[in-house]
Design a protein around this ligand. Structure first.
Ligand code: PLP
Length: 394
């Protein structure tokens, strides 16, 4: 990162941070689709390999387009260091491989992405790393679950699909007083809404696939944090094991970051309007959204997030049948589990994203059969409402 980048404000960094022009004077960032790099001499090659001289060697290690994306994301998350990964899951896996060893223990929110739960339970478990799960908003449960071998606390906030919040500043304090690191999956908020590192978290992970791209084009991820943890330990895993981001995808994500704050403002505005409208519909029993003053953690949302975000969920009277009928009655909304897109998506968590849980586990997590999740896009709110109206019998 250059000096100027550090002095710029968020929107400027999102548009300009990290760009290093080639001699051609291109205005938009160049793409470097090359697997390897050429040296001027045998001595230069030796110096690069020995780490005595900076510079590119091979795109599994570093690539200029990927570095451009990493520097831009680091600037807007407020981190010293960023490494880009092939997917959001590759980001989480690389953090675990880089920072954990056999015998270590993770305390995680129980409301996390399904594949993250699978990574912890099925794969890390095989290497002797165990995980305990707690209710995101229950600070006493987090404290109780920490043991002598606990090394990481892990959460997403707001949670999917019920939009429960974790208090990042309080959890950072708890982590540090127990010699643990706090890792926050910042996929739902993005740095345009919340910067966990400024609240005390040690590491931020991203699925760039969602809002950072924002247009549903590429799969990618990133890890942001301090230079020792991320620039050394996590980067070491990337360089050795290879779940790196392609330069083509990095270029698409760079373009995504340029409009991130504008998009998050409009996603939040549209979701707020939709949440208030849903609350007024007689068939809707409950709306879950951090921007409503009926949200049980409304005060924390106001303090921790600059905007309420684009994801909401709601419960209908009439159980699973009513939920499926509403989803099937839509003509414009996309029935898909993806989120963070310009296009509004609608999904039934109990039979898709949370379908692998037992009925008891779902009940315990508050995922009812009548729950519907909407990732509110950038269409006209009136058109989103009209599409939902048919299914609500309006
Ligand atoms: C999608 C998602 C992931 C995984 O990201 P991929 O890019 O699909 O690998 C992780 N965390 C959250 C919160 C997600 O929504």
């Amino acid at each position: 990162m250059t000096m100027e980048d550090e002095e710029w404000g968020f929107a400027t960094n999102a548009v300009r941070a990290g760009q290093a022009r080639t001699g051609e004077g291109e205005h938009s960032e160049a793409i470097f689709p090359t697997s390897s790099f050429v040296f001027n001499s045998a001595a230069e090659a030796a110096a690069r390999f020995a780490g005595d001289e900076p510079g590119n060697i091979y795109s599994r290690f570093t690539n200029p387009t990927v570095r451009n994306f990493e520097q831009r994301l680091a600037a807007i998350e407020g981190g010293d260091s960023c490494v880009a990964t092939a997917s959001g899951m590759a980001a989480i896996m690389s953090v675990c491989m880089g920072l954990l060893r056999t015998g270590d223990h993770i305390v995680s929110s129980r409301s996390i992405f399904g594949s993250t739960t699978m990574l912890f339970n099925k794969y890390l478990e095989r290497f002797g790393i165990s995980t305990s799960y707690v209710a995101l908003e229950d600070m006493a449960a987090w404290e109780q679950a920490i043991g002598p071998n606990t090394r990481l606390l892990f959460l997403e906030t707001p949670s999917n699909p019920l939009t429960e919040l974790g208090d990042v500043a309080a959890l950072a304090e708890l982590a540090h007083s127990n010699d643990c690191l706090l890792v926050v999956d910042n996929c739902f908020c993005t740095p345009a809404i919340m910067r966990p590192l400024e609240l005390g978290a040690d590491i931020v992970v991203h699925s760039a696939t969602k809002y950072l791209d924002g247009q549903g084009r590429c799969v990618g991820g990133a890890v942001v944090g301090d230079a020792n943890l991320v620039g050394e330990e996590v980067f070491g895993v990337l360089r050795t094991a290879g779940p790196t981001m392609s330069p083509f995808n990095a270029w698409v994500f760079l373009k995504g970051l340029e409009t991130l704050s504008l998009r998050m403002q409009r996603h939040s505005e549209n979701a707020t309007k939709l949440a208030h409208w849903l609350q007024q519909q007689p068939q809707v029993e409950k709306v879950f959204y951090p921007g409503l003053d009926t949200h049980p953690q409304y005060e924390l949302a106001q303090r921790q997030q600059s905007l309420p975000g684009g994801i909401l969920s709601f419960e209908l009277a009439g159980g699973k049948q009513a939920a499926w009928e509403l989803i099937d009655s839509t003509r414009m909304l996309s029935i898909t589990a993806n989120l963070g897109d310009t296009k509004t998506t609608i999904t039934h968590p109990a039979t898709t994203t949370h379908g692998r849980l037992t009925a008891e586990e779902r009940a315990e997590s508050g995922i009812s059969d009548s729950l519907i999740r909407v990732s509110v896009g950038l269409e006209e709110v009136a058109d989103i409402q009209a599409d939902l109206s048919r299914g609500l019998g309006l």
